[in-house]
Design a protein around this ligand. Structure first.
Ligand code: BES
Ligand code: ZN
Ligand code: ZN
Length: 496
């Protein structure tokens, strides 16, 4: 794939013209009609440039033209999804070389503003090439933009802007990592085992030049990752504890250090506190937190973002077996605290307890964030539009909400007050893994807090409602790659 700043595309290419709704639209449409000798005046009547609206025009047999609506208030997410929708829906009509004309509607935009839309647009255009049927015996027809010789040509008012070229390249890298993560989250429990996740990271680390270390079962026993091992007792496959570390190849000294921890439950049956059969197959997505964290570290490495990032992923499935932990069992944990397991389906917080304690003890990062598909309670509270955010640190909350606003991923803060701690008191162990019948997302977050050694800059994000959802790629729910753009945005815009 080549990306160029040029309007001179090879023959038989497609042209996409993003347009903004509002007062300038008639003039834009008039200019387009003149340029391409279009006589069809009804375009102006039918095309209002609403978000995601597409009009395909075929003025001659050399070029397909697509008018693409971005609505009246352009933001990164609108831009991304509009391009994604076009790319997916018009896969059969698009050529392998696509020119995007940013000049018609964005002639008065600043270079930095245009860079944001170009990054989002390129991201969407390429993300729209994703195909979900990886395990079908007959592959579906590929997208033209996936060919080796594909190209994206950008026409804008800034003819030789390195910033715009690098924005387009960032959009391409983001889409590429997101698609690898979509594959990972969409993979079922028998195709993505803990060892497969570990291999994924090892390969990514080698390709993008960051470090990885896998702690396997035997070593996990030696060093005392007891909560992870407890959840793994019922599994056919051993667990893995993945530690990845990125810093830019030209480390310019004092960089902020982010510690990201992700829940990597490759399949959650609930264990002996078994789930109902309804929609249980969706629990292949219970490693959505791990996926977000691994996608983020890969993307930071690809974009050479000036920060240190350490990612930790405890991974196992949660299964039913004679060896499984039982409700009432008391287990140990890496932190030394004992845990009474009231409900074996509250397994995410157990493996995260070890991940967080390990992160804090060995890396003491400046900022520590965990992501997890942790509770149905969070889905009941916020639905499918926002992840829950839990932190005692107002500055970190503000930074995360700003990053979410920019990336267009929903995030809503819920409290983490001391009053909720009482729900977790156990008579027989230091803490129990289940709170009262209400406020389940909060008591889950509160449980995690007990394993952070009061880290002053820690946040938990419950992504149960947003990691997997309705999508243009599938009939059933599928992966969303939630969190990658958000975390990368947080890291690249961080001001200590
Ligand atoms: N993986 C689930 C949470 C979940 C639910 C993720 C729906 C995505 C969609 C988690 O391990 C779980 O089972 N949580 C229980 C906790 C309860 C036992 C305290 C839940 O939410 O019901
Ligand atoms: Zn569970
Ligand atoms: Zn789970």
């Amino acid at each position: 794939m080549t990306i160029r700043l040029s309007e001179n595309t090879p023959e038989q290419s497609s042209l996409i013209i993003p347009l903004v709704a509002g007062a300038h639209l008639p003039a834009s449409l008039e200019a387009i009609s003149q340029k391409f000798g279009l006589t069809n005046t009804s375009i102006a009547q039918h095309f209002k440039a609403t978000k995601g609206a597409v009009i395909p025009l075929y003025p001659n047999n050399l070029q397909n033209i697509f008018l693409l609506g971005l609505g009246s208030q352009v933001d990164a997410m609108t831009c991304l999804s509009a391009f994604q929708g076009l790319s997916h829906q018009y896969k059969k009509q698009l050529s392998k070389t696509v020119c995007i004309d940013w000049e018609v509607a964005f002639a008065n935009s600043s270079e930095s503003e245009l860079a944001r839309w170009i990054e989002a647009g390129t991201n969407g255009l390429l993300l729209g090439t994703y195909a979900i049927g990886k395990y079908k015996s007959q592959a579906s027809q590929g997208h033209p933009l996936q060919q080796e010789s594909a190209g994206i040509y950008l026409n804008s008012p800034f003819k030789e802007s390195a910033a715009l070229l690098s924005a387009a390249s960032a959009g391409r890298q983001t889409a590429d990592t997101q698609m690898r993560i979509l594959d990972m989250v969409n993979a079922p429990g028998n195709k993505l085992r803990p060892i497969d996740m570990a291999h994924w990271v090892a390969e990514s680390a080698q390709r993008h030049h960051y470090k990885v270390r896998i702690i396997e079962k035997e070593e996990a026993q030696k060093i005392g990752l007891q909560a992870l091992l407890a959840v793994n007792r019922g599994s056919e496959w051993p667990p893995a504890f993945i530690i990845a570390e990125y810093e830019p190849s030209e480390n310019s000294g004092d960089l902020p250090h982010f510690g990201l921890v992700g829940k990597g439950v490759t399949f959650d049956t609930g264990g002996l506190s078994i789930k109902g059969a309804n929609n249980m197959h969706y629990m292949k997505s219970d490693m959505g937190g791990a996926a977000a964290v691994l996608g983020s570290i890969e993307l930071c490495a690809r974009l050479q973002i000036p920060a240190r990032v350490t990612a930790i992923v405890p991974t196992t499935d949660n299964c039913v077996d004679a060896m499984s932990i039982k409700p009432g069992d008391i287990i140990g944990s890496y932190s030394g605290k004992t845990i009474e397991v009231i409900d074996t389906d509250a397994e995410g917080r157990l493996i995260l307890a070890d991940g967080l304690a390990y992160m804090e003890k060995h890396f003491a990062p400046d900022v520590m964030i965990d992501l997890a598909t942790l509770t149905g309670s969070c889905v009941r509270a916020l639905g499918y539009h926002a992840a829950g955010l839990f932190t005692q640190n107002d500055q970190l909350a503000d930074a995360l909400r700003e990053a979410a606003r920019v990336s267009g991923e929903g995030l809503w803060r819920l409290p983490l007050w001391e009053a909720y701690q009482k729900d977790l008191e156990s008579d027989v162990a230091d803490i129990k893994n289940l709170g009262g019948p209400v406020a389940g997302a909060i008591t889950a977050a509160k449980f995690l807090e007990n394993f952070t050694s009061h880290h002053p800059c820690w946040a938990h994000m419950d992504i149960a409602g947003v990691a997997f959802g309705n999508s243009i790629f599938s009939q059933q729910k599928s992966a969303t790659a939630y969190g990658i753009r958000l975390l990368t945005q947080l890291i690249r815009s961080w001001k200590p």
